[in-house]
Design a protein around this ligand. Structure first.
Ligand code: HEM
Length: 472
């Protein structure tokens, strides 16, 4: 395919909401892989694929020659020393330190505690208020605020307090939103264009500098408060958060690098970025899909009723959550249809030939399209566009069917895959089950529903809904 820049840009900007569907259609018609020869201006060819064999090759067998790459690093340059920007060797070494907390029992316990506290203190009061006032709310805004507060608490021990009645102005929240949009634009605009915008301080690039300052200041403030508390060994000694974990590990290992504010801030910012929008957007798509599929919604409600007490109940524990199999499947199905990371981008550092026979080299940008992959009839069958949580249930046994990550890319695949997957499911299930058990959620017809221009696959116009308490 020869696709000059001049044709590519209008497609991206004017029809951004159709972009992923268009790519899916093209990939379906072209045996799952296309190579776009772009113009002299970008000097980059683009290979787009949704072929499981290519995914296995790129993200697993030969992952060390397919790196996130220099363009990715530049797009995320405000993340400084963050682990996900490192090249493979350094990433492998850093990962042992940076990702160790995910497997800690203390992290899982404290995450569940934070989920409960924030449900009780912020999410439920906001929904009660909306229910009493008969007000329409935007579920995407609600979840964005909830996920920001819980992720920040897990990472730093501090609550930015963005989810409160009246949705107060939150500089941290605005900064995160601006940044997500800039990251997306930097991925689709040629580097020269966005760098020129940054130099001229125009467009969205102008906002980045401000957003960056706010983020860095807020996080540096949390880091220093956390360090102070740690130094004083105050009574909250049994509390766990990621900053505390890093500081304790660094002291035990005698590593000064890992106590530096730059390192700590970069990794907190990574958690806020990776842990907030992805989960908030997925929950919003989930509520949209169940509102259009009452059969699935009723099955989810029946399952919740079977496992929760017949009264107001905000504290689903780990055991209760593990019994919500159909809900888990419905979330997987949402992620299949609306993967909040719709593409995964890699740059080969040497020449290579893919299983589909396509040749790539250092001038090729490789795009693994999770969105298209979730809608490929040859992977999911002819009903691939339908929302059917049942497809995730093991026939006969009733458990959750395992689908290999080379066919279902929602959380990535191979060594770079998402380390927050378990936490993501726990939090999304707790929030979805608590809301559905306590409130009737109605999503009015007639809203324009389409993906927005942002790095995670959000809903461009949000999702308006009304809630009414089930237990009056
Ligand atoms: C629905 C929720 C989520 C989805 C769909 C999701 C998806 C993904 C995907 C696809 C990747 C791999 C990107 C690549 O290969 O380039 C990734 C990486 C990552 N995710 Fe998640 N994620 C979610 C939630 C979370 C949460 C809750 C956290 C932590 C609080 C988290 C932390 C990370 C980190 C740190 C990475 C980078 C890992 C590395 O490169 O070392 N994610 N995520």
């Amino acid at each position: 395919w020869s696709w000059p820049l001049i044709k590519l840009m209008p497609t991206v900007f004017l029809k951004s909401h159709e972009l992923y569907d268009k790519i899916t259609q093209i990939l379906t018609e072209n045996n799952s892989t296309i190579l776009l020869k772009t113009s002299w201006f970008t000097k980059t060819d683009i290979l787009v694929t949704s072929d499981p064999a290519n995914v296995q090759h790129i993200l697993n067998s030969r992952y060390s020659i397919y790196q996130r790459g220099s363009e990715f690093r530049k797009a995320f340059d405000f993340f400084g020393d963050a682990i996900f920007l490192k090249d493979v060797q350094e990433w492998k070494e850093e990962k042992k330190f940076t990702h160790a907390f995910y497997k800690e029992n203390r992290f899982q316990k404290s995450s569940l505690k934070i989920i409960h506290q924030t449900l009780e203190k912020s999410l439920i009061p906001v929904l009660d208020h909306m229910s009493n006032q008969n007000q329409v709310l935007d579920l995407q805004i609600l979840f964005n605020r909830y996920m920001l507060d819980t992720t920040c608490l897990m990472a730093t021990g501090f609550d930015p307090g963005s989810l409160r009645i009246g949705f107060p102005k939150s500089p941290l929240l605005d900064a995160m939103d601006d940044m997500a949009e800039v990251v997306f634009r930097r991925h689709i605009l040629p580097e020269r264009v966005w760098k020129l915008q940054r130099w001229l301080r125009i467009g969205k690039e102008k906002k980045t500098a401000e957003a960056c300052n706010i983020l860095n200041q807020t996080i540096a403030d949390y880091v220093s408060k956390n360090q102070e508390l740690n130094a004083k060994k105050q009574e909250n000694g049994d509390e766990f958060d990621v900053l505390k974990f890093y500081l304790a590990e660094a002291t035990a290992k005698g590593s000064t690098k890992h106590t530096e504010t730059g390192f700590l801030a970069a990794n907190v910012m990574t958690l806020l970025y990776a842990g907030r929008d992805t989960s908030a957007a997925l929950l919003t798509w989930f509520f949209y899909l169940i509102s259009r599929n009452p059969f699935a919604e009723n099955k989810i409600l029946a399952e919740i009723r079977e496992n929760f007490p017949p009264r107001r109940h905000f504290f689903p524990n780990a055991q209760e959550l593990s019994k919500l199999v159909y809900l888990h499947c419905a979330l997987c199905e949402t992620l299949r249809l609306f993967p909040t990371t719709p593409v995964i981008i890699r740059e080969p550092i040497q020449e290579d030939v893919l299983p589909t026979g396509h040749k790539v080299d250092q001038t090729t940008k490789v795009i693994l399209c999770s969105y298209a992959m979730g809608r490929m009839p040859k992977i999911w069958g002819e009903d691939c566009k339908e929302f059917k949580p049942e497809r995730w249930i093991l026939p006969g046994k009733g458990g959750i069917k395992h689908v290999g990550s080379n066919s279902f890319l929602g959380f990535g695949s191979g060594p770079w895959a998402c380390p927050g997957k378990e936490l993501a499911f726990t939090r999304m299930k707790a929030v979805a089950a608590t809301i559905l058990h306590n409130f009737k959620v109605e999503v009015p017809e007639g809203q324009t529903i389409c993906p927005g221009v942002s790095a995670p696959l959000t809903l461009k116009h949000g999702l308006k809904a009304t809630v009414s308490s089930r237990w009056i």
